[in-house]
Ligand binder design. Sequence first.
Ligand SMILES: Nc1ncnc2c1ncn2[C@@H]1O[C@H](COP(=O)(O)OP(=O)(O)OP(=O)(O)O)[C@@H](O)[C@H]1O
Ligand SMILES: [Mg+2]
Length: 233
Amino acid sequence: MLKVENLSAAYGGIKAVKNVSLEVKEGEVVSVLGANGAGKTTLLKCICSAMKKSGGNVFFNGKKMPEKPHDVAKMGVVLVPEGRLIFTNLTVYENLMAGAYLCNDKKEVQDNLERVYNLFPILRERKNQFGGHLSGGEQQMLAIARALMARPKLIMMDEPSLGLAPKIVSHIFEIIEKVKSEGTPILLVEQNAYKALSISDRAYIMNVGEIVKEGVPEELLKDRSLIEAYLGS
Ligand SMILES: Nc1ncnc2c1ncn2[C@@H]1O[C@H](COP(=O)(O)OP(=O)(O)OP(=O)(O)O)[C@@H](O)[C@H]1O
Ligand SMILES: [Mg+2]
């Protein structure tokens, strides 16, 4: 459903992404793994047109991805950005409503809210609290929940586990699996390679702007030199 062909991107003269091709099929969780500065965030930003690419093409369900981020959102492609970026001075409820801004059907928004509260009971409990008063883990849940309020056809997540305590990380990954089981395909960027592989159907390894390896988790985990070189211990 998502097809990225030879995507390149640069900051001034510095190439951050070089000829990257990848694919996410219906119902899949696909991970892009790699160290700091590999180009993962840049890749996601280019896919959803938040940043201009310098080359290549992105297709979603056979159509070229629009150039305006707003039109990308209308197509049903949503990014949960690195560092969460929730509205700290809006309540949890208001943050969730902000995620539903493209939907005019009140009943549908209400049903969606119920579904999201069932997925994240803590957000129901905290619905009247300011986003800025939530813990890091709760903010990450809110960021994912807000994206789900848009009923995405594809959800992209940029390092959802970054900076969270191990127990919270496991919880976030359980939620990602639940989102998957509801049928929403996920393109997941992570430095937490083992956790990401444990819930992925396929993965791509990125190093200094390029995809250096692609495969199913079982295969990638067998390759010790690959793990040592790119995925850490
Ligand atoms: N705004 C920017 N201006 C100039 N260079 C940038 C900018 N943002 C990123 N870069 C550079 O582009 C390269 C890729 O960065 P990117 O943020 O995409 O990597 P990443 O894989 O997401 O890293 P991390 O794991 O740290 O989030 C890096 O060399 C980075 O220094
Ligand atoms: Mg990044």
